[in-house]
Design a protein. Structure first.
Length: 419
């Protein structure tokens, strides 16, 4: 081989080696596609999950107001009673005797007064002719006045005795449910004190007693001053009670009292709501959990729960900015509502909050935003867990395919796979 040919062959070999060693250029991957929602400010109810204790709307002690022996209980324990209904009978014999004695004293006082009045009238008629002295006239009139006072005192004694005799029938001061008796028949009651016989509780409606910490209440009032929320006054705020099985109680209560002082032992402010109880399902003394609607929150945002993330700094969301890059925004939440988080601070109207594909984005990196709908991922496909559910629902509604249709469908699927 001649020198020019050897040189040409060497040059070709070097070119082939350089081409083999040259690495292909690396292509930059496209920005990830993520599902986003537009943050829209809303006026949302201000709700709190709280626990309270039920108490009777009214509770009255039934006591023996006169001394005597308890003869009989005339009501059924645990039954409904009406106001003024007789519950117990106390032996009336001593009280009736006292009334008779008072009436006798009254009759004697009236007779004495009649004699004194006649003597006074006679002295007044003879005084102008000076048949009686001035001293005798004064004495006759004083005796008349004393006798009249004795009559009034005797009348008051009769009235008091009649009242005491009426107390021999112990009646219910209110309408409600009468509890079990505290004293058995034959016991001496009312001797030196007012003996408790039973209690009557009004169970419809009931009171729900609860409290809010003074710090939380101060924050709510500060936000109201800024216009961020509007607190409802007494009679407008409502409470929705949850039963022990998790279901909602059918009647809604209304807030009717809020204390103006702070309990120094708990650092909380006492509140109370009135709750209808027509079926007597709820009982006093029980603790209940409920949702209190205390007003309305202005300019709040609802975001799906999967969009919110947390770290040591608190809650945050990822937002796709106008330049297509992802930005972290720290947010403040005010609890969940309807499967969404309610955000009160940290978001602005129009922010594109990343919901699907949160794990694929990084702060400062670009991302392609696509509208997100519940149950779908960023590519518009059913999210993980949604497809099986949909398939199950569809399978439950559709009848099983006939064998012939399945046989025909199988070759078509095979041909599709080959293509």
């Amino acid at each position: 081989m001649t020198a020019p040919l050897r040189t040409l062959a060497l040059t070709c070999a070097v070119a082939v080696a350089l081409a083999a060693c040259k690495k292909p250029e690396q292509q930059t991957p496209p920005p990830p596609e993520v599902g986003v929602i537009d943050a829209k400010p809303q006026t949302l109810p201000l709700q709190r999950e709280l626990v309270g204790r039920l108490s009777p709307f009214r509770s009255a002690d039934v006591r023996a107001r006169v001394p005597g022996v308890l003869l009989k209980r005339v009501y059924q324990e645990g039954s409904e009673v009406k106001q003024g209904q007789t519950l117990f009978l106390i032996d009336p014999a001593p009280l009736r005797a006292s009334l008779n004695a008072s009436e006798a004293q009254l009759a004697s006082a009236r007779a004495t007064y009649a004699n004194a009045k006649v003597a006074a009238d006679r002295a007044r008629s003879l005084a102008p002719q000076q048949y009686v002295s001035k001293s005798d006239l004064d004495s006759a009139e004083a005796a008349e006045r004393t006798a009249l006072a004795a009559v009034k005192q005797a009348e008051a004694s009769v009235t008091s005795s009649r009242i005491s005799l009426g107390y021999a029938e112990v009646t219910s001061p209110i309408s409600g449910v009468a509890n079990k008796q505290q004293v058995t028949e034959g016991a001496l009651v009312g001797q030196g004190d007012v003996t408790l016989l039973t209690t009557v509780d009004q169970l419809d409606p009931l009171y729900v007693n609860f409290s809010l910490s003074v710090d939380e209440l101060s924050q709510l009032r500060a936000q109201q001053a800024r216009g961020a929320l509007a607190l409802s006054g007494d009679g407008k705020a409502t409470v929705n009670v949850k039963l022990s099985d998790g279901t909602s109680y059918g009647e809604a209560g209304t807030l009717d009292f809020s204390s103006t002082t702070v309990d120094p032992a708990t650092g909380a402010v006492s509140l109370r709501a009135v709750l209808p109880n027509p079926q007597k399902i709820l009982l006093p003394g029980a603790f209940v959990s409920f949702q209190a609607n205390l007003g309305e929150r202005n300019n709040a945002f609802l975001i799906p729960q999967q969009a919110l993330q947390r770290d040591s700094a608190g809650g945050f969301v990822m937002v796709v900015g106008a330049d297509g890059k992802v930005v972290r925004k720290n947010v403040k939440t005010e609890g969940a509502q309807g499967g969404n988080w309610m955000v009160s601070d940290g978001l602005a109207a129009g922010d594109k909050v990343v919901v699907a594909g949160v794990q694929k984005v990084k702060e400062g990196a670009p991302a392609t935003a696509k509208p997100w709908t519940p149950g779908q991922d960023a590519n518009g496909q059913p999210a993980a867990g949604a497809a099986p559910a949909a398939a199950a629902a569809g399978g439950a509604e559709k009848a099983p395919a006939k064998p012939e249709a399945a046989d025909k469908a199988e070759p078509a699927a095979t041909e599709s796979n080959k293509q």
